[in-house]
Design a protein around this ligand. Sequence first.
Ligand code: SIN
Length: 544
Amino acid sequence: MMRTLDCDVLVVGSGIAGLMTALRMSRSHDVILATKRTADVSSSNWAQGGISCVSHPHDSFEAHIDDTLATGGGLSDEDAVRAIIQGGPDGIAALEEFGVEFAKRPEYPQYYDLGREGGHSFRRVLHAGDITGHEIILKLLQAAHSRSRIRILEQSHAIDLVTTGWLKQEGTNTCLGSYFLDGRTSEVFAVRAKHTVLATGGACKVYLYTSNPDVATGDGIAMAWRAGLPVKNMEMVQFHPTCLFHREAKSFLISEAVRGEGGRLVSLDGRDFMKDVDPRGALAPRDVVARAIDHEMKVSGAPCVHLDIRHKSRSFLQGRFPNIYERCYELGIDMAEQPIPVVPAAHYFCGGVEAEVNGQTRMPGLYVIGEAACTGLHGANRLASNSLLEGLVMADLLTEELPKLDSQLPQSRPVIPDWDPFHAVPSDEAVVVEHNWNEVRTLMWDYVGIERTDKRLARARRRIHNLRNEIREYYLDYLLTTDTLELRNLATVAELVIRCARRRKESRGLHYTLDYPEALPQAEETFLHDPPGESLDLLDNHAV
Ligand code: SIN
């Protein structure tokens, strides 16, 4: 007999969006928060720069909205932008109530010490040094652990959503919860919930080089897609211009805030190449800077460029960027004396599952928030430090809405069928997973990266098609492992990115193709919606 847990609200993911949702909903509902590693592992926890929010008396919502729209390259939804930005101050107040401490100006401790990042016309980034995400997650997790109505399930990897459609029930297809794989015991269990919230983050692990933690494998996006929901703008992948280039430094970001404090980008022979590219220099929006670095590296053949902040004193660098200073120092780079070698790396998915700003999707009972969602906030490119803001405010808006939706969902919930491994046996060729994992990430980096062409995308499409078939076979033939689940999701997301990229016959924001270097006069979203199919096939093989 399979174990089934019941709750009112199932939250999958333990970043800022998931934790805030769990905390708020636990005032009135029983919440299960499931996360596939330990609860402190998330992209939010790694966020360095901070969280953008209008707080200075001379700043304004309109200015923040204008900056966000300008960066979004014409593809943003202005209503969504407004809703998220105007929700910022309440979200910050809530974080502070949970004990989050943002840096204040030493000389005026009643004012925040506001950071500046690319594309912002004003200093408006609240931060906690360069470990803002860590400070937020630490405090939210402490609060979550103390709530009796929140049950945290670690090492619990979501497999697929369970929907009434899949159970072949009449009526509107409604989400009932999810199957999970326990990463410690390999047991499959189910969580049955009135509301299921996917706060699973992005998918930048789909690229060979990324600033993201290993967990960013697009699980929620792939699960929602398999359940039949549409995705949008999946080709809009943001490459952060400055990840540390060092053979021992895996995925280590050098925050944009370093450029906000005057850090210059220079070629290895000291040329300030950004000056010729954009009047804003190193603080131009990320798409512009990442492309310029990529171009500089391709033309010069250099493996990286340099980020030079030596004009700042050692004590300033140690105080403002303690984490970056420390990590660089450990690796033999003294940023007070030497320029930092940097390269661009995949950083953020601006596209995702179609969702309202309150996380509502087309499927009753299923909500998607944070990076996994595409609300229209980011459009074709995300403004720096708008991502923690989005996760925070979406959680807020969702939790205002959820109690109202309680009564609209069916009151009796069907039994979730037992998971049946069917003919699956333990794998005797795990090498396939490792190999395919590397192949997906390499092909995405080489053919679907910062600079695209029709030919490269066509090549990527052919390759991913074969890989997906192979991965699907493997998924059905062998007993589940967390690696198999992540690979399956990664390959699904890779295909969605490629399909969206092939549809966009122009260059806009983060999507740059040599074949169509100009933007079309009218900005259109890329919208993919296949009839539900794959999920049904796969689940049919695993349920009694
Ligand atoms: C950074 O610190 O540069 C990252 C902030 C962000 O991605 O918005």
